[in-house]
Unconditional design. Structure first.
Length: 369
């Protein structure tokens, strides 16, 4: 079964059996299907023009290019490649190249999911983020379309994921607005020990009420200012996605190249934050790990609950059919673990769903035999 078919099953399962109550609908995506070739120019724009005439912001030392050396699709994923090489452009020569992509799709409110594996290297700075469509940054896609009327940070910035190679296992999310920007106070993060070795799903849920940032359904930061105004909340407007790897001046002398590999970018229209919505990432409980994953034939599921409650663990196939019920019963507050023996289950990718009351968490697991 090819990747696009698997993803279609995932969409159907998530959109029907799990998310109907939330009106969660896929409104835009790029699955990066294909063996080898350039990115889809109908969906992405290479931002290459240095905004201040000779450099990028934050003292970055790379040229962003539109070359296939720095961005391409292969084996069903997007590769953004940062390289150590001498490259001249716009009258300036630099010793590093990379790529910075702007989405040609802008939207207001929704859920962004990006499944990615991050680069390595002291001085690398990959990011998956968003800017207001109205930013007046020189060379940005939407500025070139005539929408650039607002300076940063008045335009608003949402950092879904930032990672610094100098702090290898930590990923961060942040909000930049006129009330706090640059070294903003509005930020959070978590430790991901396999950020550069395994794929993880980086998520932003954005509504008119709040922003919720998470990795693999584990929330690490929520932004919900008590007073929403143009200073604290310039986010009731369309924004677009950026993907890039910047190179800091502190880049390791031994660095040669590293890549950010992205499996998909998906944008959903949902109603997070409304009174009647259920919670995709509940505070009442969480799945802290499933180990090993992939597994054969037994996996250990570690989870915690914040109050005494009934909880259900079930497994579904890609068609949305329940194939096993692991546990259903009462648990006291605290940390717990259980084992799933899939000895009688065929190899494949499955969904583990934990449900407590109206809340649920989904975790993708892979059985290999």
């Amino acid at each position: 079964m090819n990747k696009s078919i698997i993803h279609n099953f995932i969409f159907l399962f998530c959109a029907t059996s799990l998310l109907l109550s939330q009106n969660k609908q896929l409104i835009w995506s790029d699955e990066f299907d294909g063996e080898y070739g350039p990115i889809d120019a109908n969906k992405w724009f290479h931002q290459t023009i240095m905004p201040n005439g000779y450099s990028w912001w934050n003292g970055e030392v790379q040229h962003y290019t539109n070359r296939i050396n720095n961005t391409y699709i292969s084996n069903g994923t997007l590769k953004i490649v940062a390289k150590k090489e001498t490259f001249s452009d716009q009258g300036h020569t630099k010793n590093y190249t990379s790529a910075r992509l702007n989405s040609k799709f802008a939207f207001k409110y929704g859920r962004v999911e990006i499944r990615a594996k991050l680069p390595k290297g002291h001085g690398t700075w990959p990011a998956m983020w968003m800017l207001g469509k109205d930013i007046n940054e020189k060379g940005a896609y939407w500025q070139l379309q005539g929408f650039g009327k607002t300076s940063w940070p008045q335009c608003g910035e949402l950092d879904i994921m930032e990672h610094w190679g100098s702090n290898q296992n930590y990923i961060a999310s942040a909000i930049h607005s006129p009330s706090s920007y640059g070294n903003t106070v509005n930020k959070g993060g978590q430790w991901i020990n396999t950020a550069s070795d395994q794929f993880h799903v980086y998520t932003l849920d954005w509504s008119s009420e709040k922003m919720v940032f998470s990795v693999d359904n584990k929330v690490h930061y929520t932004y919900k200012p008590a007073d929403k105004n143009s200073s604290t909340w310039p986010f009731d407007k369309e924004m677009y996605i950026l993907l890039n790897i910047a190179i800091e001046p502190s880049i390791s002398p031994g660095f040669t190249q590293s890549e950010m590999e992205i499996d998909y970018v998906r944008i959903y229209n949902n109603n997070l934050g409304t009174e009647n919505s259920s919670n995709l990432m509940p505070d009442d409980f969480e799945i802290s790990s499933v180990y090993p994953n992939p597994f054969n034939p037994t996996a250990t599921i570690n989870y915690s609950i914040n109050k005494n409650s009934n909880i259900d663990f079930s497994v579904f196939d890609l068609n949305g059919k329940m194939i096993d019920k692991i546990f259903n019963g009462y648990k006291t507050r605290g940390k717990h673990s259980l084992k799933w023996n899939a000895n009688q289950i065929p190899s494949g990718t499955y969904f583990l769903r934990a449900t407590s009351g109206k809340n649920f968490i989904n975790h993708t697991i892979t059985l290999t035999k």
